[in-house]
Design a protein around this ligand. Structure first.
Ligand code: ADP
Length: 318
């Protein structure tokens, strides 16, 4: 082999090592089962790997087991059986070590009404082992990032629901943990606040973080995530990129129309394998008002779960 060839071979080997590193799973879940003490089987054998730098969203109907799944990842709940590894640490056996690598949104009840926004962030920063000075700087930075700069010295009890929600996200970001696990981070936020949260999450990913989040917003899953996990009945129905999920749909054209005699009723939705089949249906049914489009993530979700996705199921309260 010439010197050039051997250099090339060496650099190719280095590239594939790097690719392997990037591909390496930082969250590794195997056979996860959670049965609550009343017998409810909330997770029934979930296997899932998340790669470094990935954004993974978790979708599923209410009661599907999403929160149960995330609370086991964050070590708040102990699995009935199964394994969870976070950056190589056994999160079931060593929850404290695993937790140190995670930023999580605490339950809303974990916010202290009488503390100011700055005090919250500083307190959490100290908890994440930042120095007093670092915690103060981080508090101002994060408040600005989340559009809470003007509120920094206000008591949390005086803030709106949407502002409190952003504080919870800010707490997860303190100390820039390599993994963020967020349960419905933008539920209750108005569209502008949601956009500002997306911007922040995109930035932390660009800086190298990995994110797993559940959401009630289809658009959020489509826009933010590299892969989408759909959970129903405690099981993983699908876990793939949007493109690969689309490729699974045999009928990827949809026609929706309302009942002309009852325009306020739920629209009829029909799926077709080709555009011309969809057009033939429109002609045959003599539809004058209809929408013909490519299928969306919502349609994949419906095909898999049999349920229509209800965006923002808990409504807005910003
Ligand atoms: P999701 O987040 O997808 O709405 P959850 O994980 O909250 O679903 O709930 C999954 C199932 O477990 C539901 O049937 C729910 O009623 C049940 N469940 C959740 N928490 C508890 C609990 N602490 N004790 C008993 N059952 C629970």
């Amino acid at each position: 082999m010439s010197t050039n060839e051997s250099l090339l071979a060496k650099s190719q080997a280095q590239t594939s090592n790097r690719e392997r590193e990037e591909e390496a799973a930082v969250v590794c879940v195997r056979g996860l089962i959670k049965r609550y003490s009343d017998g409810t089987a909330a997770n029934r054998g979930i296997d899932l790997d998340v790669r470094c730098g990935e954004v993974v969203s978790i979708l599923g109907p209410n009661g599907a087991g999403k929160t149960t799944f995330l609370r086991q990842l964050t070590t708040e709940l102990k699995p009935t059986s199964g394994q969870i590894e976070i950056f190589g640490v056994d999160a079931v056996a060593e929850p404290q070590r695993a937790k140190r690598m995670m930023g999580i949104t605490p339950q809303e009840a974990g916010v202290f009404e009488t503390l100011t926004v700055r005090e919250h962030f500083e307190f959490f920063g100290r908890f994440k082992a930042l120095s007093k000075r670092e915690a103060r700087i981080a508090a101002f930075d994060i408040a600005d990032e989340l559009g809470l700069g003007a509120e920094i010295n206000r008591r949390v009890g005086l803030l709106s629901g949407g502002q409190r929600r952003r504080i919870l996200i800010g707490l997860a970001l303190m100390g820039r943990p390599p993994l963020l696990v967020l349960d419905e981070p933008t539920t209750g936020l108005d569209p502008a606040s949601r956009q500002s949260v997306w911007q922040v999450l995109r930035r932390v990913v660009a800086e190298g973080a990995t994110i797993i989040f559940s959401t009630h917003y289809m658009e959020e899953a489509e826009r933010l995530s590299d892969r989408i996990a759909i959970i129903e009945g405690g099981q993983l129905l699908a876990f793939d990129s949007l493109d690969k999920l689309f490729a699974r749909l045999a009928r990827s054209y949809r026609v929706s129309h309302s009942d002309p005699f009852d325009p306020l009723s739920e629209p009829f939705i029909r799926y077709f394998a080709t555009f011309s089949e969809a057009q033939e249906y429109v002609a045959r049914e003599r539809l004058s008002e209809y929408a013909l489009s490519r299928a969306s993530l919502e349609d994949i979700y419906f095909t898999l779960t049999g349920e229509r996705f209800k965006d923002g199921a808990e409504g807005e309260s910003a």
